[in-house]
Design a protein around this ligand. Sequence first.
Ligand code: SF4
Ligand code: SF4
Length: 751
Amino acid sequence: MDKKLGVYICGGCGIGDAVNTEKLAKVATKEYKAPLCRVHPWLCGSEGTETIRKDLAEGAANTVVVAACSPRVKTDAFPPDMAPIFERVNLREHVAWSHKPKDEDTEMLAEDYLRMGIVKAQKSEPLEPVSEAVSKKLLVVGGGITGITAALEAAEAGYEVALVEKQPQLGGFAATLKRRFPVEAPFTEPSVDGFREKIEAAGYHPRIQVFTSARIARTEGQPGMFDVAIETPSGASTIRAGAIVLATGWKPYDASKLAHLGYGLSADVITSVELERMAAAGKIARPSDGKLVNSVLFVQCAGSRDKDHLPYCSSVCCVATLKQAGYIREQSQDALVYIVYKDMRTPGLYERFYRAAQDHPLNFLTKGEVTSVAVAPGGMLTVTVTNTLVGEAIELSADLVVLATGMVPNSADGEAIRALEDAEVRSVKGESETERAEAAKKAEELKLHKGTEILNLTYRQGPDLPVLRHGFSDSHFVCFPYETRRTGIYAAGAVRAPMDSAHAQEDALGAAMKAIQSVELAARGQALHPRSGDASYPSFFLQRCTQCKRCTEECPFGALDEDEKGTPKPNPYRCRRCGICMGSCPERIISFKNYSVDMIASMIKAIEVPEEDEEKPRVVAFLCENDAYPALDLAGLHRFQYDASVRVIPLRCLGSLNIVWIADALARGIDGVMLVGCKYGDDYQCHFIRGSELASRRLENVKETLQRLRLESGRLELTELAIHEYGKLPALINGFMERIREMGPNPYKGL
Ligand code: SF4
Ligand code: SF4
């Protein structure tokens, strides 16, 4: 495209009071020879936007730079697709609202931002979205109530669905229940309304293709075009699906590990799942002699909230026990029910259910710890409980002891399987002993066992979804709970987090909506959030690839496969456009049409660096666009003031940081570099999972180089910051500037 630059500078919202917009226009026309530059008093108004549209329609401009408010606001007035190339320069939040008006330093700041914006537009190319025929059919894996709900919701929204269940019939655990938790006011009684209707509806829905007794032998491809090989007793078939909902549910914690609570000691110590089956079959009796029970003791948190078993709360066991206490009461009005708990956790309206159970005179609930379970003469069970509310140990006798065991997700070992394969490959190839040992250790730590595969993805990163320490699928807990680390694949229900069937159904709806969004965006060749609607994607100049595998290993979403030599094989529909691969590539051969190593390097070059004797230090701040950049906008909104020596460059993710930018900045005489990204670690807040962590690792290497060059390592600083911590940013910037001033100018300035 023959670029025609049009620069539009707004004087509204206090910008015109803070900086000289006419002088700013000269930067565009004189330094960058912009053929078109307009200053407008209120650019987002209809007259202002109409002016831009008219220039575009008449062909006066096709590369537009709007210098006004933050690119995160007023997207209705300035939609990102307004022009083939469209850039925004933040003169409001980052200049006028946060710096002294009519001040030389504020003017210089505005000018640098305009220079960087123009350079960015000059280095951008119009986007050409990927466009292949995509399937909008959804694959739902797991035919329990979560999977059934996801399938029905998607089918009712008009989408074709393939529902795969490993058992011979649909329904999963829900189909085995005698009663559900209360679902109607006054929430004091279990619901008799089971799931039968829903299960039948899924079986007969014209848009749902059901595969039972089925396993997925292979899933290859990418969102919009997953080719899924399904095996059933009646034969094998392949379907093409656009997105996947994983709803494989949960299994009860293995009670054989709970010998200290009496499991295995007597047939009359059972689990709550075993009691549910008994109740559903019509009779609650002692397994040892078949006598109807007259007294039952429930042990809560059996294996849950226990560092030696499941350290988490399984969230449903307390309400399940209250429901099952009702089964006992239904069978015999005189039966005694004991419930021994660590805490009763009955959130929301389930509290009413708890109160109703507490009010029954023959229900005895106490906080306490079960220290022993023994069989007394005559076959009764004696349970010793300590740390009770009454302050002393008590002994209770019961016909039956029920262990409320927790939830374990039905997930596969995903990435861990790949880690083991890597270890095996390395040992075959005879690679470094340390590498092999590390890979084997990782596999061991993740308690890997083969044979757990569910999706059998043909991804370089492994055959299933990456999971967290206890097997729940990894997702962005705060912002994108259904998202997994595989684009277009969503987890719902108890495979994602412990939850009851009511929450699992809500989860299923959420995941189905996300899956629909995914296929619709894939059809348009656009990214999912957090870069929703972005039509760019990375391109690889593979002639210069050294097969170092950094990009394939660091891509958090498994978007890149490899050929046998280790050359990356991009799958653009899996890509989330974070740019982490771009930051990782030592050859700098990965770029986007609107985001590249060269582009950011040129933006750095566009900054005017004053001479040493001017005593005006300059700092470049790379801010993650997801939290840190909007946090700085918020600081501006609150009119917090900070040092005008800092030039902010937003990055898609701190993980897209290529260390050459730091070298470029310091070589140009920039005095320091700040990086502000999302929090990382177990409770990561990074929108691209590992981006800020990877940036921090890369920075360690740069710091070593700085020391070799006799440059203070304090000239580089990485901070983790969440958006709500916007109030800390001005102090952070000012503190860094103070340290830079103490260090004095960059000795390479002017060289
Ligand atoms: S941009 Fe991000 S998601 Fe896409 S290939 Fe690169 S690292 Fe992977
Ligand atoms: S990081 Fe760059 S050089 Fe290394 S494999 Fe990827 S594309 Fe090739």
